[in-house]
Design a protein around this ligand. Structure first.
Ligand code: 13P
Length: 254
């Protein structure tokens, strides 16, 4: 059975004091209000907060993730943070291939392949993002776009390593815009992604792969989105910055 997950991507928000307060609230509320322990909860604060936040959360209930890592293992790469460094302070997952990183930092499939491999080598879980832009959606190209993003990176993994990843489908036009994909739109592409996985690695792997939806997901639409067969949870931006909203989304799983 694949795991249902709600992951919060804090992006470049919160100073350390705000971040620790948010992590503390989420930790308290998860313990008090989230009865379904099978739902995986992940938070991805900025790099600067990870070490402190790792001491504040109950790691049996909340998994700590990073938003990015370096594409090289170590060396003279000023300003970069390696996968090994992240894993040394309790990080268990890393978001990779987010559309903001692809768009603003020029991340290519080649860079992403290196990052995915480093994250796996350091025994963390890649949360691999894919998704089309508005013009690609409007032109009806979204299946090809998502296929290309997935095929050229994570389909290069062995079956054994592919089983360690989580996929997040995040249509760029829905990120931070308040415009959510409808549950039918999400289901359509999630089912397509699962079919691609099945063709590549077999039905069992496909059925066990968690595929998250991201893009203006909030407490008011999470239940409808998560009710779809192939939507296994969410990667949440804005609504993960308020503990009540984030918990509301986690509780949307029935
Ligand atoms: P929003 O939930 O703010 O639309 O962001 C989604 C996202 O990019 C999560 O990675």
């Amino acid at each position: 059975m694949r795991k249902q997950i709600v992951a919060g991507n804090w992006k470049m928000h919160t100073c350390l004091q705000e971040g620790t307060a948010l992590a503390t609230s989420i930790n308290k509320m998860v313990k008090k209000e989230v009865n379904n322990k099978d739902t995986g909860v992940i938070i991805a604060p900025p790099h600067t907060h990870l070490s402190v936040v790792s001491q504040l959360i109950d790691t049996d209930r909340i998994c700590l993730a990073a938003q990015n890592c370096a594409s090289e293992a170590k060396g003279a790469y000023t300003g970069e943070v390696s996968a090994k460094m992240l894993s040394s302070f309790g990080v268990k997952a890393v978001i990779l291939g987010h559309s903001e990183r692809r768009a603003y930092y020029g991340e290519t499939n080649e860079t992403l392949m290196k990052k995915v491999n480093l994250v796996i080598e350091n025994e963390m879980k890649p949360i691999f993002c894919c998704g089309e832009k508005l013009d690609q959606r409007e032109a009806g190209n979204y299946f090809e776009v998502v296929k290309e993003q997935i095929e050229n990176v994570v389909f290069n993994l062995s079956k054994e390593d592919f089983e360690k990843i989580v996929i997040a489908y995040e249509p760029v036009w829905a990120i931070g815009t308040g415009k959510t994909a409808s549950s039918d739109q999400a289901q359509e592409i999630h089912a397509y992604i699962r079919k691609l996985i099945s063709q590549k690695f077999g039905n069992e792997v496909a059925e066990n792969t968690t595929i998250l939806y991201g893009g203006s997901c909030k407490p008011s639409n999470a239940e409808e989105l998560f009710s779809k067969k192939d939507v296994d949870g969410g990667l949440i931006g804005g609504a993960s910055l308020k503990a009540e909203d984030f918990i509301g989304i986690i509780k949307a799983f029935k």
